[in-house]
Design a protein around this ligand. Structure first.
Ligand code: PLP
Length: 388
């Protein structure tokens, strides 16, 4: 008897599995590993956010089931945050839904809005769940290449007409993981117009919207006129507020999409732990700009600590103006897997092979800036030595 459902055979995490195994082997052989693989923040939330978490735990009723849509307190605070930071107005009852991290919304949106056989347009390279969500729902992912010559934006005019006829949803993500690229407000206007013309829904994953450097800003998709007619945007607390473990994000925008997502989730989960929502409320409400200025400067300094030695050694680098990652071309057109393996085995530095994000990611690797400056500089110097 075949235990695994057939749909699982279409989902592959082979690259990540292989590298994780190798990481364990390298560590077992005594080489210290500098892990720049997964983008899990290495620092805790701000003190006042942690204090709010602890305080919430003293309330004996906090351990009860929560509700799918999230507390009034969190939803109203999230709506006010969107308004203050991006000028976006949403109704906290119907146009905003609390989710267990952006991953929750991404993995369930396909069950909520697409039918088997529908097409979901996804970027290539992209965060792997975009493809997986389509496959889990029996939908067909169609990859839109993101290339340097097109500013790492999808060329909407290149999507074939027969694909568009079957497409129901487009997923976008700026600032982009893994590309670190930004999108402009005018690109988002083009997307809204395109979605209206072709009867498409849009999900914009804004997980890194606040992590921009060198004075750059990332616009909110929802600030685009007409955006709420076609789409939703995901805002995660994981990276901006170092809140990855507690699992908290919100989806805002189109109320019909959110209602569909609410129906799916209300049959699956009981919402986010209320202590988490309370601490998240404090993070979004109490001077978030102070923390955001701090976190931007932290990652910008880390980026420079990693990239400056490489730049000085003559490596060809993208500017890396956002996110907590560095996306790098492999030297001499090495495959991303070979590069990652060689680097790990010879220096202990772990990164993610770009092919794990899609074919367009081949000949690239991604580094997560989740170590202090001096370790990042050491990792860069190890790389220079390993590939000269
Ligand atoms: C682009 C992108 N979206 C979503 C997520 C997941 O975010 P969350 O922790 O809110 O589920 C990640 C995590 O790395 C990500 O890179």
């Amino acid at each position: 008897m075949q235990v695994q459902a057939k749909r699982l055979s279409t989902i592959s995490s082979a690259v990540f599995f292989e590298l994780n195994q190798l990481k364990l082997e390298v560590a077992k052989n005594g080489m210290p590993v500098i892990d720049l693989g997964i983008g899990s923040p290495d620092i805790p939330p701000a003190d006042h956010v942690r204090a709010a978490f602890v305080e919430a735990l003293h309330d004996p009723s906090i351990f009860r089931y929560a509700t799918t849509e999230g507390s009034e307190e969190f939803r109203h605070t999230a709506a006010a945050f969107l308004h203050e930071r991006y000028g976006v107005m949403v109704d906290a009852q119907t146009e905003l839904l609390t989710v267990m991290g952006a991953q929750d919304a991404l993995s369930h949106i396909s069950l909520a809005v697409v039918d088997p056989g529908d097409i979901i347009l996804i970027p290539d390279p992209c965060y792997p769940i975009y493809e997986v969500t389509a496959l889990l729902a029996g939908a067909i992912p169609y990859r839109m290449p993101l290339r340097e010559e097109h500013d790492f934006l999808p060329d909407l005019t290149a999507i074939p007409a027969d694909v568009l006829r079957k497409a129901k949803l487009m997923i976008l993500n700026y600032p982009s993981n893994p590309l670190t690229a930004l999108a402009s407000a005018s690109f988002f206007s083009e997307v809204v117009e395109f979605a209206l013309r072709h009867d498409l829904l849009v999900l914009h994953d804004a997980a890194y919207i606040e992590l921009t450097f060198d004075g750059k800003q990332s616009p909110s998709f929802l600030a685009t006129p007409g955006a709420k007619e076609v789409g939703i945007e995901l805002h995660s607390l994981s990276k901006t507020f170092n809140f990855a473990g507690p699992r908290l994000a919100f989806a805002a925008g189109n109320k019909d999409m959110l209602q569909a997502l609410r129906i799916v989730k209300s049959n699956i989960d009981y919402g986010v732990f209320r202590a988490t929502q309370h601490a998240g409320t404090v993070a979004l409400r109490d001077h978030p700009e102070t923390h955001i200025t701090h976190i931007r400067s932290l990652y910008q300094t880390r980026r420079d600590a990693f990239m400056n030695p490489l730049r000085q050694a003559g490596w060809d680098l993208y500017p890396s103006e956002a996110t907590m990652f560095v996306w790098l071309k492999t030297p001499s057109h090495m495959t991303s897997r070979d590069f990652a393996k060689h680097l790990l085995q010879t220096t202990g530095v772990a990164c993610v092979p770009g092919v794990g994000f899609g074919e367009e990611g081949e000949h690239h690797v991604r580094f997560a800036l989740v170590q202090p400056d001096h370790i990042l500089t050491a990792a860069a110097n190890h790389m220079i030595a390993a590939f000269q």
